[in-house]
Design a binder for this molecule. Structure first.
Ligand SMILES: Nc1nc(=O)c2c([nH]1)NC[C@@H]1CN(c3ccc(C(=O)N[C@@H](CCC(=O)O)C(=O)O)cc3)C=[N+]21
Length: 281
């Protein structure tokens, strides 16, 4: 039976540490959250992020993007936030309304305020494994913090990442590669036989495709570390992308809820504080 990678508990620890550090810093980190108020998921997650921010001493600004906005109009909003001295961090909650190109908006955020690391400058730094302090997307960064907490070192391991989004798959693969894993990236055009073969070898599996039960128990290697980034709602309940039977074969597993989700939020707060500290230098 798999041991639980308890994201809820590790996230709580991280938030408590942050609350103390932010209080002692004398800084006033302020996060502007740009989102689509008509997207049910975004409304829920943005509310969770704002409540968590308030508890650790991070102020938030709520910037709802109206339906029918153009990419150019949202870029203009972001440029103003880039120049606003009161704003130390900018989060672009994906997806923005139809007709707005998310990637163009990510790319408009000033690199020093890009707390989710989704702009090309910070993604490039990550891909180049540049040294020093720069923000990295909260979900994959939180996964690395969680693995580290349980003493799981990716070096020399075989890792399979399923998904190739800017939010998860690409930065997850880069982080695992930077941690010296051998990384395979699978996605919607990967044929099933190739994926099965890769999973049979994988010591670490990280999946975020938005399909309940996508990863089944069969191809999973005995004792593997399985990270479930899926966030689906089935019959009003949060479920991941991993079939619950995987728990019988995996060595470690992140639950949904209570795994990667809380780590994402705590990591966003961590990155927001880091950005404020860098700007105060
Ligand atoms: N720029 C950007 N960065 C993101 O990090 C980002 C985003 N856009 N767009 C949407 C996704 C989704 N996301 C979640 C974060 C926390 C939970 C979370 O904490 N979930 C709870 C369960 C919540 C429930 O009960 O529904 C849990 O897993 O325990 C879920 C989903 C961040 N995202």
């Amino acid at each position: 039976m798999a041991q639980i990678l308890d994201g809820k508990a590790v996230a709580k620890e991280l938030r408590e540490k942050l609350a103390i550090e932010i209080g002692e810093s004398g800084l006033h980190p302020t996060l502007a959250v740009v989102y689509d108020p008509n997207d049910g998921g975004s409304k829920l997650y943005v509310g969770m992020k704002q409540r968590a921010a308030a508890k650790v001493g991070i102020k938030t600004q709520d910037i709802a993007v109206p339906a029918g906005s153009t990419t150019e109009a949202v870029q203009q909003i972001v440029r103003e936030l880039n120049l606003d001295p009161d704003v130390t961090g900018i989060l672009i909650q994906a997806p923005l309304p139809a007709g707005v190109d998310d990637a163009s908006i990510f790319a408009t955020v000033a690199p020093e305020k890009d707390v989710d690391g989704l702009g090309v400058t910070n993604q490039g730094r990550l891909f180049a494994n540049e040294e020093g302090q720069y923000p990295v997307a909260a979900t994959p960064k939180g996964v690395m913090t969680l693995l580290d907490h349980y003493g799981i070192n990716p070096a020399g391991k075989q890792a399979v990442v399923i998904g190739r989004s800017q939010l998860f798959g690409r930065p997850m693969a880069a982080l695992l590669l930077n941690a010296d894993a051998t990384v395979t990236i699978a996605h919607r055009y990967t044929d099933e036989a190739t994926l099965t073969t890769a999973l049979q070898q994988a010591d670490i599996v990280a999946v975020g495709v938005g399909i309940p039960g996508f990863v089944t128990v069969d191809p999973i290697k005995e004792g593997a570390v399985v990270v479930d980034v899926g966030m689906n709602v089935v019959n009003g309940k949060a479920v991941g992308d991993v079939d619950p039977l995987v728990a019988e074969k995996a060595g470690w597993l992140t639950p949904v809820p209570g795994g990667v989700g809380p780590m994402t939020i705590a990591t966003l707060l961590e990155s927001t504080f880091e950005a404020a500290k860098e700007q105060a230098k």
